[in-house]
Each structure stands twice: as structure tokens, then as C-alpha cells.
Ligand binder design. Structure first.
Ligand code: IYR
Length: 221
């Protein structure tokens, strides 16, 4: 059955306000960097909750909202996750990744040691929900799950940055150990592991650039 319809409330900015708002958001987002070393200063719970609420506003296939955000602050659990991630990453850096891939990563200086998983006060692990179950246990499909979760995570990262926190998108691979450790239900698959917190004092980031507008936008007027 079609949903009831309600009026859409537009923000109604004038053109000058729109320009200002668009510039302001760009100025904010361009200062976001992936940070690999975190302070142990705890993050107020509400900041993470608000960022997850922001992520939860994302559009999704048939509004199925096929995501679960798990927030791990328990030290023993973080250690377990780090150990499992490092085991997979050791195999990645020592044979599973191609020479070309390893060469592309040289600039970041990454290796299989993932101290940030234990160091960051909060580890947010995002799961994509590939199906739901109705009240009788029958499987109901979710749609465009990767696209939906990707959009939601982008909004989460922006919200975390907007709140003055920093984050890292980490993809240990394969990452099925995360569903096991966190005892997630059968319909959930790990999508991304995101340490969130404050940067360690004096932390540095690679001196790399984003592409110019002319490289990422092509006009068809
Ligand atoms: N998952 C590995 C390797 C890695 C891959 C890419 I692509 C990166 O941008 C960064 C790292 C790791 O986290 O070390």
C-alpha cells in the first residue's frame, strides 16, 4: 500500500545563503583527514550517537536502512579484534596483496600492525544487513545494500568530522571475524571498521592532495 504523503519542508535559503552554506561545508570537509594514531581520551557517548543518527538519515534502497553500527569501547574486545585483524593483515601484506597494491600503499607507510584498534577509545564497526526476517522467519530482501551503506557511512564520517572528532576507514580483509567476535546475526556482514576519537598529540598525516574539480567533474551543458 502506498504511504500517506506529507508536505516537504524546504530550507528556503536565498542564493547568497546557499553559496555560503555550500562553501562552508566544503571548507569543513576538506580539512578531514584519516588519522592513524589516537589519543586514549574517551569520546562522549552522545557524540557517537548523534553521528550514528546522522548516518541513519541516509537514503537507502526501498528505505530498508540495511545497516547496523556497533560501537566497541570494551578494551578486551578491542584487543581481540586487533589480534584477529592483524592476523589477516599479516597474510595480506605478506603474499595476498599484489606488488602493485603494496606499491600504491607505500606513500601511507601502512603495515599489518593495527595499534589504532586498541588505542582509539571507540571502534565503530558497520555491518550491512543483506536481508531481514518477517515475524515468521521468512527472508525479506534488502536492495542496493552496498550503495545504501556506503552513503550512510559517508554521512557518518562527515558527522564525526563536523563534531570535531577524527576517524579512519579500516578494511581488514577478509573481515568475517568481526561478525564472529561481535556475535552478529546471520543476516549481517561486516562492511567497515572505523576507529573514532581524538588525534594523538603531534600526529602527522601524509602530504597528499585531492583531485582538482576539472578531474572529477565533466560538464554536459
Ligand atoms: N587493509 C589494509 C591495506 C590497505 C588497503 C588500502 I586500498 C588502503 O587505502 C590502506 C590500507 C590495511 O588496512 O592496512
Amino acid at each position: 500500500m502506498k504511504s500517506a504523503m506529507i508536505p516537504y519542508v524546504s530550507r528556503e535559503l536565498d542564493e547568497e545563503e546557499m553559496l555560503f552554506a555550500s562553501q562552508q561545508l566544503y571548507d569543513l570537509l576538506k580539512t578531514r583527514r584519516s588519522v592513524r594514531e589516537f589519543s586514549d581520551r574517551p569520546v562522549p557517548k552522545k557524540l557517537i550517537e548523534n553521528a550514528i543518527l546522522s548516518a541513519g538519515t541516509a537514503p537507502s534502497g526501498a528505505n530498508k536502512q540495511p545497516w547496523t553500527y556497533c560501537v566497541v569501547t570494551n578494551q578486551a574486545l578491542k584487543r581481540k579484534i586487533r589480534e584477529a585483524a592483524e592476523k589477516e593483515e599479516f597474510a595480506n601484506y605478506n603474499g595476498r596483496m599484489s606488488d602493485q597494491w603494496l606499491k600504491s600503499l607505500e606513500v601511507f607507510g601502512t603495515d599489518h600492525i593495527k595499534e589504532f584498534i586498541e588505542e582509539a577509545p571507540s571502534i565503530v564497526i558497520v555491518f550491512r544487513r543483506i536481508f531481514e526476517e518477517d515475524e515468521f522467519g521468512a527472508r525479506l530482501n534488502n536492495y542496493y545494500v552496498n550503495e545504501s551503506v556506503g552513503i550512510s557511512v559517508g554521512m557518518f564520517l562527515a558527522a564525526i568530522h563536523h563534531a570535531g572528532l577524527c576517524s579512519l576507514t579500516h578494511t581488514p580483509s577478509p573481515m568475517n571475524f568481526l561478525a564472529e567476535i561481535l556475535q552478529r546475526p546471520e543476516n549481517e556482514r561486516a562492511f567497515l571498521l572505523i576507529p573514532v576519537g581524538y588525534p594523538k598529540e603531534g600526529v602527522t598525516v601524509p602530504d597528499i592532495e585531492k583531485k582538482a574539480l576539472s578531474e572529477i567533474m565533466k560538464r554536459y551543458d
